[in-house]
Design a protein around this ligand. Structure first.
Ligand code: HPA
Length: 278
């Protein structure tokens, strides 16, 4: 459960720091999941700041992981990218990104664009495919909002993934000749991969991709009034759908193979957002 009083102090300090270092907030924030790190190289005039300087952000527990924000410009659109997110499987807590996301909102960010690596449940989306997230299934039925007060804790999730921005993104993919699937993402707690039986159940539920992130952040972001979009990079066919044995190494290798194309599309998408009022 979030200790809102304590978190608020950290958020206030973090917003002040961001404002003094970077000025007003960019309208767009991007969470970079596995495979998407290459997007950083598309930023012009990039300035980085480690999470250790941002008290409301998740503090890295493992040395060697990049945990930083990068602020800059892609075309006419200013952007802040978050390299590194807290996963529920690390601690059992699904509230790890609450401070970071509420900081972004209070700083003035309008849109949270999430990216992740996923397993595909659909043969027409093989490894290397990109999927625009149109909806999600919270399979663990865990909520970062447990313990929140007030009526606005009862967040509407029927339009969590912004319809206008999805339409914009699908049109852009068409213009760029990129095959972009659209579908439902199911959150599995992890860190173990799913069983084939679980994948058959998720497929019957209507899920198209499975992963271990994104859903808690979408809930937190909608609760604090950020618009949300999500892009998933398929790194493998989900358990039981191919002869492959699933390993982290396999997913990272595929993420690397397709990462450049994913990052290039993400950069084009961010630049195109400058045409919209967010
Ligand atoms: N399952 C869960 N998370 C994942 C997978 C998967 O198959 N691939 C990449 N992240």
């Amino acid at each position: 459960m979030i200790d809102n009083q304590k978190l608020d102090v950290a958020i206030t300090a973090t917003v002040e720091k961001l404002q003094s270092l970077f000025g007003d907030a960019p309208a767009v924030a991007v969470v970079l999941g596995s495979g998407w790190a290459g997007a950083v190289s598309h930023i012009q005039d990039a300035k980085a700041l480690p999470y250790t300087e941002l008290p409301a952000f998740p503090q890295p527990k493992v040395e060697g992981h990049v945990n930083e924000i990068v602020v800059g410009q892609i075309g006419a659109q200013r952007v802040v990218m978050l390299r590194g997110r807290a996963h529920t499987y690390e601690s059992g807590e699904c509230t790890g990104m609450a401070g970071a996301l509420r900081t972004l909102k209070r700083w003035g960010v309008k849109l949270l664009l999430q990216t992740n690596a996923s397993g595909s449940l659909r043969a027409h989306m093989p490894a290397g495919s990109l999927m625009l997230i149109s909806d999600h299934i919270n399979a663990p039925q865990r909520s970062p909002l447990v313990g929140e007060q007030g009526n606005h804790r009862f967040v509407d999730m029927s339009t969590a993934y912004d319809a206008e921005l999805r339409k914009h993104t699908l049109a852009l993919a068409k213009r760029e000749n990129l095959m972009l699937g659209e579908g439902t993402y199911v959150w599995a707690l992890g860190p173990q991969f799913e069983t084939p039986a679980e994948i058959r159940m998720f497929a019957a539920w209507g899920a198209d991709a499975v992963g271990m992130s994104t859903v808690p952040e979408t809930i937190l972001a909608r609760h604090c009034g950020l618009r949300v979009m999500g892009l998933a990079l398929m790194t493998n066919m989900a358990a039981g759908l191919s002869a492959e044995v699933l390993t982290h190494e396999l997913t990272m290798k595929q993420a690397q193979l397709s990462g450049e194309r994913a990052a290039a599309f993400l950069a084009a998408l961010i630049a195109s957002l400058a045409e919209l009022t967010l």
